[in-house]
Design a protein around this ligand. Structure first.
Ligand code: CTP
Ligand code: MG
Length: 246
């Protein structure tokens, strides 16, 4: 709900599916690998489709894969919220930038929130989406994550431990990362104009380019990223729990 008007702001998901999945080492890209008969990419699309918060989805696919994704996902499963399918780029931030350019073409950045999500995280839930929506209304920039279960060490170049941050203040970051559309577009525009870009998540762009504080939103320990082969074994267990209706 918008605080002044009581109206819900438009929420657009940018769903990233343009990665190559190098660490998975599989022949087909990990977003197309199957968990219980359905491809990884299916699950987050399904959750956005059912969501009462998300209004539309911009899908970012790999080079030359937009028609494949349209046929195999959008048409096959009748996902009506996908308004655009665009090609991503070499790095994740290139793909996000392509998605943000499509946001401009899809009505601009006024009165709108952007949920940037990795399709490699199939166990996103409506509950997480709702928590992120409540937080972005207050803080304008928030990322989903969980407190680290493990102790984290900062090390030097020679792999000697330098510092042990207090675990209460260490969060492991997931997606979605959610922002006022104008904020994330402004941050990316500034970042993309630089010669050297270092950004492993979207919050970094907002923190470094605009110095806007980014709030943590509680995710879940099931909202894992499918990265290496053993993650697929865990995914088989989680999928039954997270999608009992399928
Ligand atoms: N992604 C993307 N475009 C890229 C790189 C990544 O859209 N150029 C997406 C991936 O499809 C994934 C998400 O960003 O859903 C998170 O990236 P990651 O887990 O690193 O996936 P990949 O880059 O595909 O895997 P790897 O790093 O092992 O190659
Ligand atoms: Mg990657």
């Amino acid at each position: 709900m918008d605080r002044e008007t009581g109206k819900k702001k438009r929420c657009t998901a940018i769903l990233l599916a343009a990665g190559r999945g190098t660490r998975m080492g599989s022949r087909i890209q990990k977003q197309y690998l199957r968990i219980q008969d359905r491809p990884v990419l299916f699950y987050s699309l399904y959750t956005f489709e059912k969501s009462e918060v998300i209004d539309d989805v911009i899908l970012v696919a790999g080079e030359g894969q937009t028609e494949y994704v349209r046929g195999e996902f959008v048409e096959r499963y009748h996902f009506t919220k996908v308004t655009r399918i665009v090609e991503g780029g070499a790095e994740r931030y290139h793909s996000v930038w392509e998605g943000l350019k499509a946001v401009q073409a899809e009505g601009g950045t006024q009165e709108r929130y952007i949920f940037i999500h990795d399709s490699a995280r199939p166990f996103l839930t409506e509950e997480i989406i709702r928590r992120a929506y409540s937080d972005v209304e207050v803080h304008h920039a928030c990322v989903v994550g969980v407190p680290s279960k493990d102790t984290v060490k900062l090390v030097d170049e020679e792999s000697f431990s330098r510092e042990t941050p207090d675990r209460r203040f260490v969060w492991v970051i997931q997606t979605p990362q959610v922002f006022d559309a104008a904020i994330i577009t402004g941050a990316y525009a500034k970042m993309m104009s630089r010669d050297v870009i270092q950004a492993t998540d979207d919050a970094m762009a907002v923190e470094n380019e605009l110095h806007i504080p980014v709030h943590m939103t509680e995710g879940s320990y099931e909202n894992i990223k499918i990265t290496t082969p053993e993650d697929l074994d865990i995914a088989e267990v989680f999928v039954k729990r997270c999608f009992p209706e399928l």
